[in-house]
Structure formats: structure tokens, C-alpha cells
Design a protein around this ligand. Structure first.
Ligand code: ARG
Length: 459
């Protein structure tokens, strides 16, 4: 928006660099919402006539309709969404449209639009994450009794329930939704009325326009309100962390779908073939999800680098905070939606998981615990169990293949008896871990029930 002060046009390159309409048209519905609230507030304050405000509101509704129908011609010469909307509005309603920008600047306008966009996207992403959580909880319920090896260092460690493993992701995602809610609460203040930087001389009612837009209150400082994008940084940070969680799930699915693991079969609608190897069913979706976190972390980095060192108040640099914001939320939404569908349709190879539990001495801790419960100091018990594992491994046997006599010979400083064999059972091993947060069946069922009730309580 240059006006008569200028003698010459922008060069083509300068116009291209300056324009944001390619990407900021996403803000159009929010821009219209903000402008309607502004116009009605101006009318209530006697700054515009009621007739003008209503003409503006009607005209703005038509602009959104034209845009939704793909009929609005967006002009790069008009720079951004705000000027495109205002120019079209004025074509439709005439002089009233030219009065809309009274007591407002594009600086408080764009800050308002972006907060409305960010608030809506945070809610949408949270809802989508809940869909993925529902799929995880359904799998957890279906697989409460499915045993699998739990891993540390990607080495078989102790048996757990597949339901418990699924619920671990449920918990991560619950915290992700918490972070989105926190960010949404903090951003929910209205910059409208902050003007270009120093508010306005008109007797506006900032409380009224804030209320009309569903904000909790107006922002407290005009310079801060137009110059700040930390709400975008917070939202993108929450997206990045959620994507990091999805990337871990993606990685496990890639591993589990391999022939080496063979724990899971992914639904075909989420897999690709190979252009050369006819037998291949590739886990492209979890691979891409695993990779996409990279760009979201990049979006966060871009935002931080753009805002660091900026002097107050508004600077055009801030326009560069828009694309990373859009990219991060749109990437997180797409990945989360896709993973929700994939998880709902994944099928697990229960016998294969059970077989994996039986190999690799996952019950060695049971031996150590059994001795420690009989008053052997845990370090000594650990050493004795380790000696059994070493001896069994050397002969290609599992612990349960050793006789009591053999055990006594291998670990002569401790005493074993028949009752040891009762704890060398993976089901018992899991159920004896009956503490808060543990994998015992009752604990997992309780966690699932709690999750189901929390998910049902989401409005
Ligand atoms: N498209 C601009 C942005 O996103 C809108 C604000 C323009 N303000 C200005 N003083 N040029 O930041």
C-alpha cells in the first residue's frame, strides 16, 4: 500500500519480494472476522454510521464467499490479503469500504489475524491428536493380553504388554495437547486497537472488539502487540515436539514392519510398492512422518532467527514469520491425521511378539528379584542371575532350560529351589509389576479406562 507519496512503481523483483498474498490468503476468513468486529465496534462508538458498518459486514461476507468459490482475483500488486480484501470490499460497497481502516493499521490487523489463525489451528491440531490417541487406546484395549519384549538400547529387556507400549504414546500425546492448550490460552488476547504502534486518537472500545472475537482481553501494550510473534513460536514449538513424538512412533513402525521384527502389518492404504522389486510393501507413511519433524524444527528455528534482535515495534521482517507458522501447523495436522488412520488399521502379529519374549533372557531380572526377595543383596543376586545367563547363552539355552542342579553348579554362592520356576513366566513377570505406571494387567486396564474417560470428556 504505497499511495500518492510515491512517483514510481515497485520494480517487479521488489514487488515479488514484498508480496505475501501467495501465502497470507490463509488469513482471509480471519481478516474478515476481525474487520467485521472492528467495523461494528466503530459504529457502536459513533465513529462509523450503523449503515456503513452493516454495508461493510455484508460486503466482507461476499468477499469470503467469492474467495471460497475460487472467484476472488488476488493481485500481487496489492501486496497482501489485507489490501486485497479492502480493495474488493470497496468495489462491492463503495465509500463505506474506504472508511473501514479508520482507527486501525495493517500492523494491528495482521497481528490479530495471526492470533485468530493460530488459536483455530491449535484447537484443530488438538482435536486431531485426540483422534490418534483414540486409535492408540483402541489398540491398547485390543492388546492388553499381548506380550512383547520391552526394549532399552533397542535390546530385549523385560516383557511388557503391547497395550502398555501403546499407552506410552497416548501419554506423550496428552502432554502435547496440554502444550497446545497452554499456548492457545496465552495467545488469546486482542491486538486490535494497537494501531501501527501507538494505538489511535479515536475513542475506540478495545474490550468490545476483543470480546466479539472471543479473545479474553485486549493486549496490554501497543508496541508489544504489533511487534510480537512469540505466540507463533510457542505454537510451532508445540508442533515440533508433537512431531518428535510421531517420529518415534514412525520409527518403531518402520522397524516393526521389517521382516527382522515382523511385529506389525500396516494397512495397505498407507504403504507403497517398489518400481523395480515386485515383492516390496514399503512403510512410506511412517518413514515420511519420521522425516517431517525435520522441517517443523526448521520452522521453529526460522521463527527464532527472524525475531531475534528486531527493534520495536513492527518491522516487515515479521511477515517472514508467517510461512513457518503455516508450514508447521499444516505439516503436524497432515501427519497426525495420517498416523491416526494408520494406527487404527495396523494389525499386530501376536504369536510372533510372544515368541520374541521367549528369546533373549528377558526374565533374568526375575531371577535376581527372586533372590533379592530371599534376602540376597541385590548386587550379589544380579551377579548370580548374570552367571546363569552367561552359562545358558553359551549352550544356546534359555534360563528355563537349566535344571536346579545346573544352576547350583553355576552360582554356588546362592541357593535356588523349585519356586524359582514359577516366576520364570513372562505373564507372571509382567503382572508382578503391579505398581502405579507399571505393565500389570490391572494397571494397564486402569490406564486405558482413565484415557477413555478423558477422551470422552473432550467437547
Ligand atoms: N503483510 C504484512 C505482514 O504480514 C502486513 C503488515 C504490513 N504492515 C506494514 N507496515 N507494511 O507483516
Amino acid at each position: 500500500m504505497r499511495g500518492p507519496r510515491f512517483h514510481s512503481k515497485l520494480t517487479d523483483d521488489a514487488a515479488r519480494l514484498n508480496a505475501s498474498i501467495d501465502f497470507d490468503q490463509r488469513l482471509l476468513p480471519y481478516d474478515v472476522e476481525g474487520s467485521k468486529a472492528h467495523a461494528r465496534m466503530l459504529a457502536a462508538q459513533g465513529i462509523l454510521t450503523a449503515a456503513d458498518a452493516e454495508a461493510i459486514a455484508r460486503g466482507l461476507d461476499q468477499v469470503v464467499e467469492e474467495w471460497r468459490a475460487g472467484k476472488l482475483v488476488l493481485d500481487e500488486q496489492l501486496e497482501d490479503v489485507h489490501m486485497n480484501v479492502e480493495v474488493r470490499l470497496t468495489e462491492i460497497v463503495g465509500e463505506a469500504g474506504a472508511r473501514l481502516h479508520t482507527a486501525r493499521s495493517r500492523n494491528d490487523q495482521v497481528a490479530t489475524d495471526l492470533r485468530l489463525y493460530a488459536r483455530a489451528q491449535a484447537a484443530e491440531l488438538s482435536k486431531t491428536i485426540a483422534t490418534l490417541q483414540r486409535a492408540l487406546v483402541a489398540q491398547a484395549r485390543a492388546h492388553v493380553d499381548t506380550l512383547m519384549p520391552g526394549y532399552t538400547h533397542l535390546q530385549r529387556a523385560q516383557p511388557v504388554r503391547l497395550g502398555h507400549h501403546m499407552m506410552a504414546y497416548y501419554e506423550m500425546l496428552a502432554r502435547d495437547r496440554g502444550r497446545l492448550a497452554d499456548a492457545a490460552r496465552r495467545m488469546n488476547q486482542s491486538p486490535l486497537g494497537s494501531g501501527a504502534l501507538a494505538a489511535t486518537t479515536f475513542p475506540i472500545d478495545r474490550e468490545a472488539s476483543a470480546r466479539a472475537l472471543g479473545f479474553d482481553r485486549p493486549t496490554a501494550n501497543s508496541l508489544d502487540a504489533v511487534g510480537d510473534r512469540d505466540f507463533a513460536v510457542e505454537l510451532v514449538a508445540a508442533c515440533a515436539l508433537e512431531m518428535a513424538h510421531l517420529s518415534r512412533l514412525g520409527e518403531e513402525l518402520v522397524l516393526w514392519a521389517s521382516q527382522e521384527f515382523g511385529f506389525v502389518k500396516l494397512p495397505e492404504a498407507y504403504c507403497s510398492g517398489s518400481s523395480i522389486m515386485p515383492q516390496k510393501v514399503n512403510p512410506d507413511v511412517p518413514e515420511l512422518v519420521r522425516a517431517k519433524v525435520g522441517r517443523v524444527i526448521g520452522d521453529w528455528t526460522t521463527l527464532m532467527v527472524v525475531i531475534k534482535g528486531l527493534p520495536l515495534a513492527y518491522n516487515k521482517d515479521l511477515q517472514e514469520t508467517q510461512e513457518p507458522l503455516y508450514d508447521a501447523v499444516e505439516t503436524a495436522l497432515l501427519c497426525t491425521r495420517t498416523m491416526a488412520g494408520l494406527m487404527a488399521g495396523a494389525t499386530f502379529d501376536v504369536p510372533r511378539m510372544a515368541r520374541a519374549v521367549g528369546q533373549g533372557h528377558l526374565l533374568a531380572t526375575e531371577v535376581a528379584d527372586w533372590l533379592a526377595a530371599r534376602n540376597v543383596p541385590f548386587r550379589q543376586a544380579h551377579a548370580a542371575a548374570g552367571a546363569l545367563v552367561r552359562a545358558a547363552s553359551a549352550r544356546n539355552l534359555e534360563l528355563t532350560d537349566l535344571s536346579l542342579a545346573e544352576m547350583a553348579a553355576i552360582a554356588p554362592d546362592v541357593t535356588f529351589d523349585e519356586t524359582l520356576f514359577a516366576v520364570l513366566d513372562p505373564n507372571r513377570a509382567v503382572d508382578r509389576r503391579d505398581v502405579i505406571g507399571g505393565p500389570a494387567k490391572t494397571r494397564v486396564l486402569a490406564a486405558i479406562a482413565q484415557a477413555e474417560s478423558d477422551l470422552n470428556a473432550i467437547p
